[in-house]
Write a protein that binds this ligand. Structure first.
Ligand SMILES: *[C@@H]1O[C@H](CO)[C@@H](O)[C@H](O)[C@H]1NC(C)=O
Ligand SMILES: *[C@@H]1O[C@H](CO)[C@@H](O)[C@H](O)[C@H]1NC(C)=O
Ligand SMILES: *[C@@H]1O[C@H](CO)[C@@H](O)[C@H](O)[C@H]1NC(C)=O
Ligand SMILES: *[C@@H]1O[C@H](CO)[C@@H](O)[C@H](O)[C@H]1NC(C)=O
Ligand SMILES: *[C@@H]1O[C@H](CO)[C@@H](O)[C@H](O)[C@H]1NC(C)=O
Ligand SMILES: *[C@@H]1O[C@H](CO)[C@@H](O)[C@H](O)[C@H]1NC(C)=O
Ligand SMILES: *[C@@H]1O[C@H](CO)[C@@H](O)[C@H](O)[C@H]1NC(C)=O
Ligand SMILES: *[C@@H]1O[C@H](CO)[C@@H](O)[C@H](O)[C@H]1NC(C)=O
Ligand SMILES: *[C@@H]1O[C@H](CO)[C@@H](O)[C@H](O)[C@H]1NC(C)=O
Ligand SMILES: *[C@@H]1O[C@H](CO)[C@@H](O)[C@H](O)[C@H]1NC(C)=O
Length: 851
């Protein structure tokens, strides 16, 4: 990508380049400088970004303050229709959606459109189509389906309009009175203040030249029936729209058409704001407030010749003051390692003393006494080093006001090294930390936070500055690389897309060329020029509260397997052995009351199958992914399993748990998932009778009709337990979003009840296990009325709580339950057909009966 470089920056660049030779000479000698070294070079700065609008002295204040109207027609999810799953542009779009934390579903153009409605709600609040031509050329029936959905649920279509291989100066889309100009150049791009859509984007700032100067744009004629969201001038200087909104006057389908892909950052802003507009504020950017924290790690740490001198400290204070004019209440946070105080050359030691002298200008936080890597140490050792660092703060009057700490290299925060958490709690009462490793360093757009053992872990952002980046001319990939990160690149998007950004920098970035101050000054200039965002600073403790109230679903961590991730593997405690780690590769997920316990016991007979040992204090099932055991962490879970070719765990609560599918997909993404689909009416009835048979007080005196009527609080509670698990389509959808359908195995509950050995043989084949003689290992027990294991000539049946026989269901109750499950059963059939699963034998008659 060629960054857009304003003329002023270019000039400054040339000056910087002129110094390169001198620098190289001095840089090589830094490494060998004696303590009493000679003069250091004065810092060379290149000037920060300068905004084209501000240079004309204009101010554009323009924030639409309207609120969106009722939004209850659809769920908050986006349907993303891609050319194919490997599409490069698709990756850019999903990266942006990931960063907005907006939920979305990717589909490609295939014969069948995805299901658009599941119940009374539409499933998607906006439809994003990668290539408008694919929409225009959809088969009639699909086009009608999509348009009808868009009309009925008031769901706009956002689509990118690509150039054309053949030469067409202009074209029109059938049914749309809009002239489209292909393969155009575009200059002087801006968002007109007449459009209601720009929210993050600042209207009326003119971008003279985009990054791409070829004929890559699609432009649109302006016209009164269309709203110009973004305008540009074509090669002849004629004004046209580059993003246009079709209000849907003719066909009731509101469309936003975008004339370039997201590689242009200004198009990205237009897309983001279109997303917010289309979803009525539910996806994209909810607020203009941006909280920014800049941590300077490694204070006092670092080789001689790389550290700050006294003047750098003065400049740091000045940079802080200057950032305060852009970020309300801004302060740098300094993370220190006391052991290395006065470990530089003479000038740098002066710098250290200056930092102490000026300490009250900053907030400080502990960064571990000797910059220790947490995972290498036990708790008592970590504790003792923390006490030393704390004493250092007391001795030197450092202002450490917040219960915030950073672990050097983020070791021990994620993957969790508990001794670190415990020592932090003991010595510093740490409440908040941050890391860029959760769930992964890359991509930055997926980083999240979590809370564990009372410590709030916030996502931390990298800003392209590392310990070794000290000079413009030695910036990896050239200084243009850094500039492109700032001017519309990842660094820009980090702030645009995250309401809270905590940046990681190092002491070294504030020495020599002071890349730190430059980077943030320039970044804020660029952001203030092109966006309407408001920048603020807040202490990390309040920031953590704010973060988890914005993103409550992130509170619980999602454990992943560090052994299958090279980065995480390399920062594990040496005590942790990846070689013998065993996690299940088969999950029987439920639902309850469908025979899952019998299935488990039959499967366990196979010599190639191992299952978890018993868990103390829990009844029958581990319920790791759906219950409280999840907080014990994945090491605990892994410790339950023997090694075998099929390692299985069964918890029937997983199927309808809101969290289990995602947790399982994160820890064991390759596991095979087994579900039993039993007639939901029978299942609900059996649930009720199960409670009755166990004399549960909650069900005392309540008939099944009472339960369905929800006559009391207990009745309502039972109703939801009886019915919720039987909404198969609703729950199955969640698993299918996260696991490929080839990893799912659906067992027909009726067939399992009547011919278990056949079902088991099919299942073992699917699991690629060797043949096992189920025919003679499962026998019907007349006494029990169901099938039992048959081992060495003797039956071994499940306890009396399983397979009970109940009075038959009355016709009136049956018809009530029919209507309860009707819609879900219809959706189930469609879903099973779409994914090419067999239809369970009970489903077609039920659909007939329950019309
Ligand atoms: C919300 O509804 C009111 C009244 O019907 C209307 O005036 C306003 O324009 C609507 N706002 C939006 C964003 O559609
Ligand atoms: C974006 O569009 C430009 C110009 O048409 C093209 O060169 C580039 O490959 C596209 N990028 C992606 C990711 O589609
Ligand atoms: C978006 O997030 C999903 C789920 O976390 C991930 O699998 C995918 O790779 C991400 N896409 C991009 C482009 O970062
Ligand atoms: C199509 O748009 C043009 C202006 O762009 C307008 O003059 C004309 O009346 C429109 N035609 C119809 C049928 O709406
Ligand atoms: C932040 O700044 C405002 C206005 O300058 C001031 O009133 C407030 O006390 C400051 N807050 C903090 C925590 O410093
Ligand atoms: C912790 O580690 C230190 C040094 O690594 C060692 O001396 C000490 O015995 C260890 N303590 C415990 C309780 O294992
Ligand atoms: C890890 O476990 C394997 C298998 O149990 C064993 O052979 C190996 O020695 C262990 N490694 C360490 C470092 O404990
Ligand atoms: C676990 O079992 C598999 C096959 O059953 C075998 O290949 C593997 O070496 C075993 N792993 C350990 C750590 O014993
Ligand atoms: C794996 O090996 C380590 C050390 O070799 C041992 O402490 C641990 O208990 C083993 N874990 C399992 C699940 O066998
Ligand atoms: C439930 O109560 C009945 C009658 O009081 C009794 O016969 C039966 O054993 C009880 N069942 C259970 C599971 O406690």
């Amino acid at each position: 990508m060629i960054p857009y470089i304003p003329a002023r920056t270019l000039k400054a660049l040339k000056i910087a380049v002129a110094f390169v030779c001198i620098y190289i000479f001095f840089f090589t000698s830094f490494l060998h400088w004696p303590d009493s070294a000679g003069p250091r070079l004065a810092p060379r700065r290149i000037s920060s970004y300068s905004c084209p609008s501000l240079s004309r002295g204009d101010t554009y204040s323009h924030i639409h303050s309207f609120s969106f109207n009722d939004t209850s027609l659809t769920e908050s999810r986006i349907l993303l229709l891609l050319e194919n799953v490997y599409s490069r542009h698709g990756r850019l779009i999903t990266q942006m959606l990931n960063a907005t934390k907006c939920s979305y579903k990717i589909e490609t153009f295939s014969k069948d459109l995805p299901l658009l409605t599941a119940s009374s709600l539409g499933r998607y609040s906006a439809i994003v189509i990668e290539n408008f031509n694919r929409y225009v050329n959809l088969p009639k029936s699909n086009r009608r389906l999509l348009d009808k959905y868009s009309q009925e649920y008031k769901v706009p279509i956002i689509s990118f309009v690509p150039g054309r291989a053949e030469y067409f100066a202009s074209s029109k889309v059938r049914g749309m009175n809009l002239t489209i100009w292909h393969n155009q150049k575009a200059n002087n791009i801006r968002f007109p203040s007449s459009s209601m859509i720009p929210f993050v984007a600042r209207p009326e700032v003119v971008l003279p030249n985009p990054l791409s100067d070829g004929k890559e744009w699609t432009l649109f004629d302006e016209s009164p029936s269309f709203e110009s969201v973004m305008v540009a001038e074509d090669a002849q200087g004629k004004r046209r729209a580059a993003i246009v909104r079709d209000r849907g006057v003719t066909d009731g389908v509101e469309k936003i058409l975008i004339g370039h892909n997201l590689t242009e950052w200004i198009v990205g802003l237009g897309f983001l704001d279109s997303l917010r507009w289309s979803t009525k504020g539910r996806c994209g950017i909810a607020t203009l407030d941006r909280f920014i924290q800049i941590d300077m790690d490694d204070v006092f740490v670092g080789a001689r010749g790389t550290r700050m001198v006294a003047n750098d400290v003065v400049d740091l204070i000045q940079s802080q003051d200057s950032l305060r004019s852009r970020i309300l209440n801004f302060s740098y946070l300094l993370g220190y390692s006391g052991a290395y105080f006065l470990h530089g050359d003479n000038e740098e030691d002066e710098g250290d003393r200056m930092l102490i002298k000026k300490a009250s200008n900053f907030y400080w936080f502990p960064h571990m006494w000797k910059h220790n890597h947490a995972q290498d140490h036990n708790e008592s050792f970590l504790e003792s080093t923390m006490i030393l660092n704390k004493q250092f703060a007391l001795d030197n009057n450092l202002n450490v006001p917040f219960d915030y700490a950073i672990s050097p290299q983020h070791a021990g925060v994620y993957p969790v090294h508990l001794p670190l958490y415990e020592a932090w709690e003991k010595v510093w009462k740490v409440k908040t930390t941050s890391t860029e490793e959760y769930p992964h360093l890359r991509p930055w757009s997926n980083r999240k936070g979590f809370i564990h053992r009372g410590i709030k872990v916030l996502p931390r952002q990298t800003c392209g500055l590392y310990t070794h980046t000290q000079f413009f001319h030695l910036y990896p990939g050239g200084v243009n690389k850094l500039i492109s990160l700032i001017e519309g690149g990842d660094l820009f998007w980090t702030v645009v897309l995250n309401p809270i950004s905590i940046f990681m920098t190092h002491q070294q970035n504030f020495a020599h060329d002071q890349l730190g101050p430059y980077t943030f000054d320039s970044l804020l200039s660029f952001l203030q020029c092109w966006t309407q965002l408001q920048f603020k600073w807040e202490d990390p403790i309040s920031l953590a509260d704010r973060y988890f109230s914005l993103f409550p679903s992130e509170k619980s961590p999602l454990w992943s397997n560090p052994c299958s991730d090279d980065r995480h593997r390399s920062i594990l405690s040496p005590k942790f052995n990846c070689t013998n780690l065993t996690l299940p590769n088969v999950l029987i997920v439920g639902p309850q009351k469908t025979g899952t316990t019998a299935l488990e016991s039959f499967l366990e007979m196979h010599p190639g199958v191992g299952k978890n040992g018993m868990v103390e204090g829990s009844f029958e099932e581990v319920q790791f992914f759906s219950g409280e055991n999840y907080a014990k962490g994945f090491e605990w879970y892994a410790g339950l399993f023997p090694n075998a070719s099929v390692v299985m765990e069964k918890s029937a609560t997983y199927f309808d748990s809101v969290v289990a599918a995602e947790r399982a997909a994160t820890l064991i993404p390759h596991a095979r998932i087994i579900v039993i689909l039993h007639d939901p009416i029978q299942r609900a009835y059996s649930w009720y009778n199960h409670l009755v048979a166990r004399n549960e007080t909650i069900v005392a005196g309540l008939s099944m009709d009472d339960v369905l009527d929800g006559v009391s609080a207990s009745a309502k509670k039972i109703r939801s337990r009886c019915i919720s698990g039987g909404r198969y389509a609703h729950h199955l959808d969640r698993w299918l979003q996260l696991f490929p359908s080839t990893q799912l195995y659906l067992i027909d509950g009726g067939a399992f009840k009547d011919h278990p050995s056949q079902v088991m043989s099919d299942l073992t084949e699917w699991l690629e296990l060797p043949y096992f003689d189920y025919e003679s290992s499962i026998k019907f027990s007349r006494k029990k009325g169901f099938y039992c294991k048959f081992i060495s000539g003797r039956s071994s049946c499940l306890g009396s709580s399983k397979g009970r026989i109940y009075p038959t269901l009355s016709p009136s109750l049956s018809s009530r339950l029919c209507s309860v499950f009707r819609n879900d059963n219809i959706a189930l059939e469609a879903m099973l057909r779409k994914h090419r699963f067999p239809i369970p034998s009970w489903l077609p008659p039920l659909l007939d009966r329950c019309q």
